[in-house]
Design a protein around this ligand. Structure first.
Ligand code: ATP
Length: 235
């Protein structure tokens, strides 16, 4: 059953239309990846799901409730969390304070905090350290951990591996898998690292100039010659 079902979504900035009628589904407990070149509209899609920018038309159904006109905090309160591109952690706050803020739409849960520390033990070691002093990879862990603190049913992850060293990329992908497998969280993953993302995902969509060009299982897309040529060569 789809927990997220997007139909005919159009969105953009001012009179620039970026998403030109997108329809995608994410089923409960599934990892779905969205791949596409720079500027295809991947980030805009995740942001539109969160209510900013607003969709100009179309539907965003979350558990059959159309959230398209809801405020961002209401959408988060329903069970969607967003780890944005560029991490956007609060650099002057401690690791712990960043994580506490992640649960602002729900009551704070010590149990969930322990889950975050189990996923990323380095965050426990550095819980009193300011977020801005962490390495890039640790900041990415903090961004994912903060989003996970809200106990989402659906986690939106925007470019979690961007700019990270291979070992850290591996660790981040393992954590995404664990969040999905152990906690049953559905994940919509935007990635430039198409190879890793398609290996991990149950299904994928290819976004080109604001439209879905292709959809299939991770395996189908990995073996598709056009996808290999456009997104996987050299990977
Ligand atoms: P990338 O991987 O480079 O982030 P993307 O697929 O996530 O690419 P978006 O960031 O969604 O793409 O951008 C899609 C288009 O919207 C681009 O042409 C971009 O210049 C434009 N755009 C993004 N943010 C804004 C904004 N705040 N105002 C105006 N145009 C924007």
């Amino acid at each position: 059953m789809a927990c997220l079902s997007i139909k005919g979504l159009r969105s953009g900035y001012g009179n620039i239309e970026v998403l030109k009628g997108i329809s995608i589904d994410v089923n409960a407990g599934e990892i779905v990846t969205l791949i596409g070149a720079n500027g295809a509209g991947k980030t805009t899609l995740l942001m539109t799901i969160c209510g900013s920018p607003r969709a100009s038309s179309g539907e965003i159904l979350f558990n059959d409730c159309n959230v398209v006109a809801k405020a961002t905090h209401e959408i988060m309160g329903l069970g969607i969390s967003h780890s944005p591109e560029g991490r956007r952690i609060f650099p002057h706050m401690t690791v712990l304070e960043n994580l506490q803020l992640g649960s602002f739409t729900k009551h704070f849960s010590e149990k969930r905090l322990r889950h975050v520390y189990d996923l990323f033990p380095v965050l426990y070691e550095r819980k009193q350290q300011r977020g801005g002093t962490l390495s890039g990879g640790e900041q990415q862990m903090l961004a994912i951990g903060r989003a996970f603190m809200a106990r989402p049913q659906l986690l939106l992850l925007d470019e979690p591996s961007l700019g990270l060293a291979p070992l850290m990329v591996k660790r981040i992908f393992e954590a995404i898998n664990e969040i999905n497998e152990v906690h049953g969280t559905a994940i919509l993953l935007v990635e430039q690292n198409a190879l890793q993302a398609l290996r991990l995902a149950n299904r994928g969509y290819v976004l080109v100039n604001g439209k879905i060009l292709l959809a299939g299982s991770g395996k189908e897309l990995l073996t598709n010659k056009d996808i290999q040529k456009a997104y996987l060569e050299g990977a």
